[in-house]
Design a protein around this ligand. Structure first.
Ligand SMILES: [Mg+2]
Length: 163
């Protein structure tokens, strides 16, 4: 159980991550979750923090692709505003969306990171796609109900697996 749900790294916030250090290790691509990772949950548009984080990752030398389970209209608009490519209806925890995003930007597995706030979607999809996974704490506590439902089992897994 620890396998597909265990991230390779955990961080409180995206802004806490040392992207330069990750680039030095050879990583070049980030598959990026939007909701509650770089913006409030189900927000229609990026917030200043979203732009800051995207810029920080790009300045460290990363190419990004948004990988979202959200409807294509909303994620497409967000990606356009952030000026990065996007795969919507990603079907995380299925790895297909991550793999599609990697193909879209020409990313190799051993140079790719999946970054998100949910164990059952982001971390599981990233691990199944065979990339490095980073889990961050949610951006805000306000979430849609079906995400709230997943937080308790997430908490249990984090207790058992100690991350
Ligand atoms: Mg999310």
């Amino acid at each position: 159980m620890g396998n597909i749900f265990r991230p390779d790294m955990v961080a409180k916030k995206v802004s806490d991550i040392d992207f330069e250090a990750l680039a030095e290790k050879g990583f070049r691509y980030i598959m990026l979750d939007f909701d509650n990772t770089i913006a409030p949950d189900h927000h229609k548009e990026p917030v200043p923090y979203s732009y800051d984080m995207v810029e920080r990752m790009q300045n460290a030398g990363f190419s990004l692709c948004l990988v979202s389970n959200a409807k294509s209209e909303r994620s497409k608009k967000i990606a356009e505003m952030l000026k990065i490519p996007c795969i919507s209806y990603a079907h995380k925890p299925n790895p297909s969306g991550v793999l599609k995003a990697m193909e879209l930007i020409g990313a190799q597995k051993n140079k790719t990171i999946m970054l998100g706030d949910q164990i059952f979607t982001d971390v599981a999809a990233g691990n199944r796609a065979g990339v490095y996974t980073i889990l961050v704490d949610r951006y805000t506590k306000k979430e849609v109900f079906y995400v709230v439902l997943k937080r308790f089992p997430e908490w249990i897994i984090r207790k058992i697996c100690r991350f």
